[in-house]
Design a protein around this ligand. Structure first.
Ligand code: ADP
Ligand code: ZN
Length: 255
């Protein structure tokens, strides 16, 4: 991965977008938050085309770096396999590069970022330095029992270009262990194995609480001119299908 260095053509292009495009069509920045396995990726995948926004998952972006064997990938590999958080400055690096990419003109749905209070503060600073702000933080709130059930039964298509996820109970493939879309074998992500699941849940419990307080306190003026919290809590459960969860998220965004 290249650092977004100063003075390149990409910088000039980004400056032009900010100065001339964003002034008239403000980009939307929305973040989806919630525990590991809460369905952030699934919701973002459904929501992005509906709202005409890009989808940026820091987890997926970093997994791609690992697969490509980049220096960046090597730096984050261990932490990710164990279910630990990747250091803030590294996540920030990949996030900033993604937000500067030309395809995010209309805005972006962040999935899995921010994960710590420091990241939330850095995101606010970055957006404000570009003259924009976070529109909403949607918090997908599930019970820990539901999260464990989802993660342990999640299977992922081994074909990197496809990457579709399944749930052995709620959304199984038509043929056991084979992807419906591309016929590749399904695998279990390293960090969906029991010991990593425990680490991820423990990290989530400690890191997410301050983040929640932060967004609950953050205020913005909504479409009706009323001051409201940046955060919206959505409560899905394992009996709801994807469409039902998506409808709840859309309602929270329009609120
Ligand atoms: P999940 O939300 O199911 O845990 P992700 O794909 O979002 O899956 O994240 C996988 C892993 O990537 C995390 O366990 C962590 O190691 C790393 N990661 C992703 N986003 C961040 C972030 N914002 N800060 C630190 N580490 C992150
Ligand atoms: Zn597939």
């Amino acid at each position: 991965m290249k650092n977004p260095s100063v003075g390149t053509l990409a910088d000039l292009r980004f400056w032009l977008v900010r100065t001339f495009v964003w002034r008239f069509a403000k980009p939307r920045f929305i973040t989806l938050m919630g525990g590991p396995g809460a369905g952030k990726g699934t919701v973002a995948t459904g929501l992005a085309p509906e709202l005409g926004l890009s989808h940026a998952s820091t987890g997926a972006l970093m997994r791609k770096e690992i697969e490509e064997g980049t220096d960046f990938g090597m730096q984050v590999k261990d932490a990710m396999a164990k279910g630990n958080l990747v250091p803030d400055h590294l996540v920030m690096q990949i996030l900033e590069r993604t937000l500067r990419a030309p395809q995010i003109k209309g805005g972006v749905i962040l999935d899995g970022f921010p994960r710590t209070l420091e990241q939330a503060v850095m995101l606010d600073r970055l957006l404000s330095s570009w003259g924009v702000a976070l529109e909403k933080a949607i918090w997908l709130e599930l019970t820990e029992a539901d999260l464990i059930e989802r993660l342990s039964m999640r299977r992922t298509c081994s074909n990197k270009k496809c990457g579709r996820t399944y749930h052995l109970k709620f959304d199984p493939p038509k043929v056991a262990d084979i992807c419906d879309d591309c016929g590749s074998p399904l695998i279990q992500r390293d960090d969906d194995k029991p010991s990593s699941i425990r680490t991820r849940l423990a990290t989530y419990r400690t890191e997410s609480a301050p983040l929640r307080t932060y967004y609950q306190a953050a205020r913005k003026v909504n479409k009706r001119g009323i001051k409201c919290s940046v955060m919206k809590v959505v409560v899905p459960n394992n009996l709801m299908n994807k469409k039902q969860v998506l409808a709840k998220v859309v309602a929270a965004l329009n609120d």
